[in-house]
Design a protein. Structure first.
Length: 226
């Protein structure tokens, strides 16, 4: 493809150069005279047309190169995501933990560490329990960035807590020494859905006002789990 494009562009340039040479030849042989102005005007016009044509070809080649470099590696299927995912089974070639090194973390004061089930796994999450469980408060399931949970990730959800939301941040399979195999957004979606189910059933949480948010890798999971 690149060879064909290069030949086309080069051919255009050669033809343009040949035309220019033909127009210049009489002028160079006979010297510049009054009658040469017409030929010079034609030469300028030809050069301008060649310049416009070459710029357009460059634009088309750049657009094609951009497509070839960033085109989807797989076929895009026009199918409902929920239905497609329900029939999909992850098959890992290599099973192992998250690529990020995540040490065990200790929750700060006012934050509880709970366990939530995700299939056969028992995973951990941090949550700020409401001081008054008799009130039904809105809640945010906040998904951390990267592939391991740290106390800094918890601090990112502080604006939600300050605004009066109950916030639950789950640690996902294979992170921070937890069970399960890291699958790069595939089975982690199950963990997100399981954590949402637990959050909806916590005392003091209004199950009709639960929101999903995330940063970086957590933002990707937010879109996938919608």
């Amino acid at each position: 493809m690149a060879y064909v494009i290069t030949r086309t562009l080069t051919g255009t340039m050669v033809r343009g150069a040949a035309c220019i040479a033909l127009l210049l030849a009489p002028i160079m042989r006979g010297g510049a005279q009054e009658g040469d102005r017409k030929e010079l005007d034609e030469l300028r016009s030809l050069i301008e047309r060649q310049r416009i044509e070459l710029n357009e070809q460059r634009r088309q080649i750049n657009a094609l190169d951009e497509y070839l470099r960033f085109a989807p590696a797989v076929e895009v299927v026009d199918q409902d995501y929920v239905k497609a995912r329900a029939g999909f089974k992850t098959s890992l070639i290599r099973r192992g933990p998250s690529p990020d090194i995540g040490a065990p973390v200790v929750p700060p004061g006012g934050v509880a560490e709970i366990q939530y089930p995700s299939g056969p796994l028992r995973l951990k999450a941090w949550v700020n329990r409401p001081a008054d469980a008799s009130r039904q408060l809105p809640a945010v399931l906040f998904l951390h960035g990267g592939f391991a949970f740290t106390s800094d990730d918890w601090e990112q959800s502080k604006p939600y807590r300050d605004a009066g939301f109950v916030v639950l941040t789950p640690m996902l399979r294979g992170e921070n020494g937890q069970p399960g195999a890291f699958s790069y957004f595939y089975d982690e979606v199950d963990d997100v859905l399981a954590a949402a189910d637990v959050l909806a059933k916590l005392p003091g949480v209004d199950s009709k006002r639960i929101y999903l948010a995330g940063h970086s890798a957590g933002g990707t999971l937010t879109m996938l789990a919608r």
